[in-house]
Write a protein that binds this ligand. Structure first.
Ligand SMILES: Nc1ncnc2c1ncn2[C@@H]1O[C@H](COP(=O)(O)OP(=O)(O)OP(=O)(O)O)[C@@H](O)[C@H]1O
Ligand SMILES: [Mg+2]
Length: 1110
């Protein structure tokens, strides 16, 4: 089994100085030495880690060690920087507290190494993944880059940080790194141009010259030989244990990992090369007429190469090294530079160029490593600032560096010693105050805004008039002379120094870590940090893109006459910001101690260590810690952490947290002198008590974990079992259901079969019974029927017999009665019946006859000759009578429809009938011809207009007639007009009236009996018309003409005498004096069907009338 060293077990010396007995400076150093000798370089003072620089690599940083310390309690294992890193990381991740790791110690004590160890530990224990690993890699790889450009070999440290660095590593809620932000503090740029004896310039210069390929060097116009460069000190160019060439490759690789582009790396190296070249530019004086020297570049080759590298016009730079333009108000004055000034300008340019390049690198790294998400993150700050240092010649840089360390000491005092003691008082813990040295007074000496050294320096720099370092010292001598930590040769009130060998141009400050003698030379210049505008403008004009970026103030369009803040005030404000930042975070201290000045392993220089222990205030730290309590925690978190150790507080304590903690402590039987109850916290005196609690907690947690595991496993198994059981029940239920279904179906089908058989049997049985019953019923019915039938028939027979008998009786009776009646009837009938029957029969016949006549009546046409036949001869008379009555009735009906005109026509027709019917053969043919009267339409025909006008009366008849010549019997056509008074004969063609006979002159009209149209108008003898005798005429409308003539003649005669119509085949006519007989004879038809007339002799005129064709 792996045996782990606990802080308290198998300890070399004492792991936690708080536990040191007896406590004295000697025992303290003794303990440190003992541990150092046994390679135990880390020792605790409570939660503060003291780290001794071993100056050799120890096998205590392996991945196994990382795993060992991972997630372990701070006091659980032997002291290690990993324990502190783990504690900080875990409280950041689990308690959401921002952390800062404050690493302090003098130069070479191992701060940078410690910071790297912390970072590498955190990187090893935090989350993994492609993205997270990339972030980690970038964060870690930023170190070699910054070290190459910002670190240098000093007499105290071969890899001394010449800048302050504070790095915020940002984590997400899971504790995975998201990115980081680096802040850099004042690079010691004077090192670029000048290094103290035994020291080197920044590593990058040596690395570039050693590690770059020949090709790269050629491009950069560089030579591998360090000695060719003025800015590189030669005496310690090669450092033991440092392989510049390998480091160069590491740096280049690191730059690539961080995210620098190839051209960016090239630009950076070009600038580094340019600085080297710049150092080689030398000046020579050139006498001028006014007895002044003007500087001139001695060998222009380096200048040329530098200008080529940066893309600067050589003449511009050359001029900037010889002249200086001073702008006063709106005037520009150009003054010449002497050689010294030229060198000063050159070095100022080199320093500015390099320090700006360094700041650009930090900005560029920040760009790469900055967190990509804007979500809330936790921060772990690691502060690795240049350590307190005392050199032979201490200048402005050391002053700044040591001021920074004073501030850190101040914050340490603030947060540990003072804060701790104040906390005891605040919490009401009995406490005897421990004295310690508070360096606030030194900080005040330096930074006080009214009379602090920095304020004096700034005042001096800004003051008009001649300002020199000496005037500055004078000022200090007057203002700070009274201060107990300040001394100069002229200060009268030296309290702690009796060193009269103090040089004139120096002042001394008693820092917390020792007395440092500062030489004021260069203070004003360095604080001003001025670069001639001609130079910055020349740099801005460079075509090299990075150069332009580094010297923005050289842009002529952005000339700013305002003085930039001094280097000192810039540093002061950035340190102020840093302190404020640190105060917001939970501090974790690593106090680095340097065991010897020789940078050698295994050497423990007690005096040196003692000095550091003193000024770091470590003894006070232990005392405060010992006098107080090793551990404190608010009641809430304390109860939360240890509540599982007591049954009453586990799992929940309902009352106030303090009472819970009290119950807990009582239950655990912790001796009362081992702890105190503060107002809000419990204070545990001895770490051992804490270890005891932690151990109990660990065991308890294991038990709890086992319990949780047990319960979880039980729950899991039970759940699984229940699931299986449930599944089994479901499966069984389904199976049972299935089996039961099957069984049921079998039973059901069997039942159905049995049922069907039973039902069939039952049905058949029932059927049989029903059939039997039915048969029985039928049989009964049949029997009954037969029986009833027999009975009925018997009865019937009886009845029939009886009826026959009765009938026979009745028949006999009836016959007898009938015989009697018939005899009676015959007698009666013979007496009356004949007459009645006759009447009845006649009545019936008449009835039938009349009904027959009624139904068989002919049509209503008067000409209809039909009439039903008479049924009996004795009805002849009545039948004829009825026929006549019906005919008259229908004639009457017929007549009643007539209009007046039509009536007149029929009257005429009637008259014609009376005149000619059965008297003249022509008559029948005329019956159907209507009497038109005006055949010539005389009134309308214009031809007869004249004739019409001659006739006064209304023309009743106008027709064409043949007038028979009296002499020869030939016919000539004449118009016959008949009016009420006259008969007019006119010429047919001319219409001339030939003869007009007044009707009273007409005595008779003669016509034949035959079928001809001849008629003779007999005139009254002696009348005017009878001059030529009677007229013999022939007309096609004879019947009409004669009828009209007869009608008019009778109305025209004065005496109402009717015109005589003589119908005979022979009549006499008077032709002039002759009486001529007109004789009608029947002849064979000839020349058509018309009658012909011929004068036979004087007495005879023969008219041949064709025999009428049947
Ligand atoms: N834990 C360690 N293990 C091995 N060697 C170490 C350790 N710490 C420091 N060193 C050695 O000490 C040297 C100086 O350490 P480091 O550079 O960290 O000092 P520093 O405190 O940062 O000094 P400065 O203030 O000058 O920067 C290192 O180069 C290394 O060789
Ligand atoms: Mg360092």
């Amino acid at each position: 089994m792996e045996v782990k060293t606990s802080l308290l077990d198998n300890m070399i010396g004492v792991g936690d100085m708080v536990l040191l007995e007896p406590l004295s400076e000697d025992s303290f150093l003794e303990n440190l030495k003992k541990r150092f000798d046994h390679n135990e370089i880390y020792t605790y003072i409570g939660s503060v880690v003291i780290s001794m620089n071993p100056y050799r690599s120890l096998p205590i940083y392996s991945p196994e060690k990382v795993e060992e310390y991972r997630n372990r309690n701070f006091y659980e294992l032997s002291p290690h920087i990993y324990a502190l890193a783990d504690e900080a990381y875990r409280s950041l991740r689990d308690q959401d507290k921002d952390q800062c790791i404050l690493i302090t110690g003098e130069s070479g004590s191992g701060k940078t190494e410690a910071s790297k160890l912390v970072m590498s530990y955190v990187a090893a224990v935090c989350g993994k993944g492609q993205e997270v690993n990339k972030v980690k890699e970038q964060l870690l790889q930023s170190n070699p880059v910054l070290e190459a450009f910002g670190n240098a070999k000093t007499v105290r440290n071969d890899n001394s940080s010449r800048f302050g660095k504070y790095m915020d590593i940002e984590f997400d809620f899971k504790g995975d790194p998201l990115g980081g932000v680096i802040s850099n503090y004042l690079l010691e740029k004077s090192r670029v141009v000048k290094q103290p004896r035994g020291e080197r310039n920044f590593h990058i210069f040596y690395q570039l010259l050693s590690g770059a390929s020949d090709d790269t060097l050629k491009k950069l116009k560089l030579d591998r030989d360090f000695s060719k460069y003025n800015y590189l000190s030669l005496d310690s160019a090669v450092v033991n244990g440092l392989d510049d060439a390998t480091s160069f490759r590491t740096v280049k690789n690191a730059m690539q990992i961080v995210g620098f582009m190839e051209d960016e790396i090239r630009s950076v190296l070009e600038l580094v090369a340019a600085v080297l070249k710049l150092g080689n530019i030398e000046f020579k004086p050139e006498s001028r007429c006014n007895d002044t020297d003007e500087s001139r570049v001695r060998d222009k080759n380096d200048l040329k190469e530098m200008c080529e590298l940066l893309g600067i016009e050589q003449t511009v730079l050359e001029r900037a090294f010889s002249y200086r333009t001073v702008e006063a108000k709106l005037e520009k004055v150009s003054t010449t530079l002497n050689v010294a000034q030229a060198y000063y300008a050159r070095d100022a340019l080199a320093k500015n160029l390099y320090s700006r390049l360094f700041s650009w690198l930090v900005t560029r790294i920040n760009e790469s490593i900055k967190a990509q998400t804007k979500s809330r993150h936790k921060v772990m700050g690691v502060l690795d600032i240049y350590g307190f240092e005392i050199f032979e010649d201490n200048s402005f840089e050391q002053f700044i560096i040591n001021y920074c360390n004073e501030k850190l000491q101040q914050i340490f005092i603030e947060l540990t010693l003072r804060e701790e003691q104040e906390e005891y008082i605040r919490e009401g813990i009995e406490w005897t105050n421990i004295e310690y040295f508070n360096n606030a007074v030194i900080c005040d000496l330096i930074e006080n805004n009214q009379n602090g050294i920095m304020a004096m320096l700034d005042e001096e720099c800004l003051r008009p008039g001649t300002v020199t370092d000496e005037t500055f010292l004078d000022k200090l001598n007057t203002v700070c002379a009274e201060h107990q930590h300040f001394e100069s040769r002229l200060s009268k009130n030296s309290k702690f120094l009796n060193d009269h060998s103090l040089p004139h141009s120096c002042f001394r400050i008693q820092h917390y870590a020792g007395k440092v003698l500062y030489c004021v030379e260069g203070f004003v210049d360095k604080n001003n940090d001025l670069l001639y505008r001609d130079l910055s403008q020349a740099m801005f004009k460079a075509t090299h893109s990075l150069m332009k970026e580094l010297f923005p103030e050289g842009n002529p369009s952005k000339v700013n006459l305002k003085r930039p803040p001094t280097a000192g005030s810039q540093f002061k404000s950035s340190v102020g910001t840093l302190m404020k930042n640190l105060q917001t975070k939970n501090p974790n201290y690593i106090r680095c101690i340097k065991p010897n000045d020789k940078k050698a392993a295994h050497i423990f220089t007690a005096s040196l260590v003692c000095h550091q222990v003193r000024y770091l205030g470590l003894m006070e730290n232990v005392r405060v810690r010992r006098a107080g309590y090793a551990f404190r925690q608010p009641y809430g978190p304390c109860l939360e952490r240890y509540k599982m150790l007591c049954k009453r507080t586990w799992p929940h304590w309902r009352g106030p947290a303090r009472e819970g903690v009290e119950v807990l402590m009582a239950d655990l039987q912790v001796p009362t002198e081992e702890f105190s109850y503060g107002r809000s916290k419990i204070f545990i005196r001895n770490p051992r008590t804490l270890f005891f609690l932690e151990e109990r907690r660990r065991q308890c947690l294991q038990d709890l974990a086992t319990l949780i595991q047990k319960i979880y496993r039980g729950w899991k198994c039970r759940t699984h079992f229940l699931l299986l059981k449930k599944s089994q029940v479901v499966v069984a239920a389904w199976y049972r259901r299935y089996a039961q279904q099957k069984k049921y179906q079998r039973i059901k089908s069997a039942t159905t079969v049995v049922q069907s058989y039973a039902r069939g049997w039952q049905a058949r049985k029932l059927l049989r019974e029903l059939k039997h019953q039915k048969r029985c019923e039928e049989a009964v019915t049949t029997i009954a029927a037969y029986w009833h039938g027999t009975q009925a028939r018997r009865e019937l027979r009886k009845l029939k017999e009886e009826a026959r008998r009765k009938h026979a009786v009745a028949v006999i009776w009836a016959c007898w009665q009938g015989l009697k009646v018939r005899r009676e009837y015959r007698k009666f009938f013979r007496a009356n019946a004949g007459k009645k029957i006759y009447n009845f029969t006649i009545q019936r016949i008449m009835q039938k006859y009349f009904l027959g006549v009624k139904s068989g009546l002919p049509s209503m046409s008067p000409v209809d000759k039909n009439w039903p036949a008479r049924p009996y001869r004795f009805l002849d008379a009545a039948h004829a009578q009825l026929r006549s009555i019906f005919h008259l009735w229908r004639c009457k009906k017929y007549r009643s429809q007539f209009s007046q005109e039509r009536k007149a026509v029929y009257q005429e027709k009637l008259e014609a009938s009376e005149l000619f019917k059965d008297k003249k053969s022509l008559y029948p043919s005329s019956v159907s011809q209507p009497f038109k009267g005006d055949y010539l339409e005389i009134s309308k025909n214009p031809k007869y207009q004249k004739l019409n006008s001659c006739v006064e009366e209304k023309v009743l008849l106008a027709d064409v007639v043949n007038k028979i010549n009296r002499a020869n019997g030939k016919g000539a056509s004449r118009i016959l007009l008949l009016t009420k008074k006259n008969v007019v004969l006119a010429d047919q063609k001319t219409g001339q009236v030939k003869a007009s006979v007044a009707l009273p002159d007409l005595i008779s009209v003669s016509v034949s009996t035959q079928n001809d149209g001849f008629f003779a108008l007999k005139l009254k003898e002696g009348s005017a018309s009878a001059v030529k005798g009677d007229f013999l005429l022939s007309s096609e409308h004879l019947i009409e003409t004669i009828t009209k003539l007869h009608h008019i003649g009778s109305t025209a005669s004065d005496d109402g005498e009717q015109l005589d119509i003589n119908i005979s085949d022979e009549f006499l006519v008077q032709f002039k004096q002759d009486k001529v007989c007109v004789k009608f004879i029947q002849a064979a038809p000839k020349n058509g069907n018309s009658a012909s007339c011929k004068r036979k002799n004087n007495r005879l005129l023969e008219v041949s009338v064709p025999a009428a064709t049947a």
